[in-house]
Design a protein around this ligand. Structure first.
Ligand code: FES
Length: 157
């Protein structure tokens, strides 16, 4: 994927001179591209005149950053104990089937990335599926399709 380095440049310039700007810059780049493309990281290092290794250590330290292309929507299935006993594995199975991806993978159309987590701290709502930061509680396999479709049509517009 070609990265529009002009966009990277604009982001870096926005934080010119601000202390501790690297994390904010990386956050904005991830918002723009849905992940941190290698060319963008190289350009950040050059513009900030810091070693590329420093940029990479920041990018790999925080779990919220992704060095792999991600879909427009992040789908997170909670597999913590409370969600697990209420059938979270079946929800995960259904999502995998519908999206045709495994954990950590992104759909071919770059619409969804599937991840799992060990407890979202909202156990009473379990089983939980989070899409694009929105919680869908008391999930059931029969509801999966409708939830995914909602984001799919939103993403296509
Ligand atoms: S186990 Fe799923 S929210 Fe706690």
């Amino acid at each position: 994927m070609d990265v529009d380095l002009k966009k990277v440049s604009t982001i870096v310039d926005k934080y010119q001179g601000a202390g501790g700007a690297l994390i904010a810059i990386l956050q904005d780049i991830q918002d723009e591209f849905n992940y941190l493309p290698p060319d963008a990281l190289k350009s950040v290092a050059e513009k900030l005149k810091i070693p590329l290794i420093n940029v990479y250590s920041m990018a790999t330290f925080y779990k919220s950053f992704s060095l792999k292309p991600r879909g427009k929507y992040l789908v997170t299935i909670c597999l913590g104990t409370a969600c697990h006993v209420r059938g979270a594995k079946n929800i995960l199975g259904e999502v995998k089937k519908r999206l045709n991806v495994k954990r950590g993978e992104t759909t071919e159309d770059k619409m969804f990335t599937l991840e799992t987590v060990n407890c979202l701290g909202a156990c009473a709502l379990g089983p939980i599926m989070v899409v694009d930061g929105e919680y869908h509680g008391q999930m059931a396999t029969r509801k999966v399709d409708a939830v995914l479709e909602k984001y799919k049509s939103k993403g296509e517009n």
